[in-house]
Design a protein around this ligand. Structure first.
Ligand SMILES: [Zn+2]
Length: 186
């Protein structure tokens, strides 16, 4: 099996998640706006079948997006290379997006049941949850800052070229591994 073929099979599952996300979003939006669903009411006269269908479609997409983030984290954790350092950042970013989007998606079905007080509590719950996700992301970035710097900025500076023979050496090397000449400026 060639390297590129193995990469393709490794990443096929990402396509499946993306397909579920896209189809859920399209079905939720398309069915939810159909007159049949939009004009048929459940429970109270405030909650339409269209709102419920949109809620189901959008929340399915969000759950699939979050599981995709979790799977990507697990895969990247096992890999070497410059993208591996991202694995600690994916889940905070994905969770922040999902929680922020879930605020509006849940309101589709909860709005008819919320009075002014409950609405305030609902808003504050999400404000705190979104702040918690943001703090989680900041902590993850701080925890990864050395590795991130290494991956994105330090890559060029992490080696030194021997002025005598042109071979790449580690940045902290005093002598060339190829010809043994000093790498320090005279
Ligand atoms: Zn050399």
């Amino acid at each position: 099996m060639t390297n590129s073929a193995r990469l393709n099979t490794n990443w096929n599952w990402v396509g499946r998640y993306v397909a579920v996300i896209v189809v859920s979003l399209i079905l939720g939006a398309a069915l939810g706006s159909m007159p049949l669903f939009a004009k048929t009411y459940l429970i109270s006269s405030k909650l339409s079948a269209g709102q419920v269908v949109r809620f189901l479609g959008y929340s399915t997409a969000l759950v699939a997006f979050w599981v995709l983030g979790q799977q990507l984290t697990a895969v990247l954790r096992k890999q070497a290379g410059r993208w591996a350092v991202l694995h600690n950042l994916i889940l905070p970013v994905v969770t922040l997006i999902v929680v922020s989007a879930m605020y509006s998606v849940l309101l589709l079905v909860l709005m008819p049941m919320l009075d002014a007080t409950l609405y305030k509590i609902y808003n504050w719950t999400f404000i705190l949850a979104i702040i918690a996700c943001a703090v989680w992301l900041i902590m993850a970035v701080l925890g990864q800052s050395d590795a991130l710097t290494e991956a994105f900025i330090g890559a060029a500076g992490s080696s030194v070229v021997c002025p005598t023979c042109g071979v790449n050496n580690p940045a902290d090397a005093a002598h060339c591994k190829q010809c043994g000449k000093s790498l320090q400026p005279e």
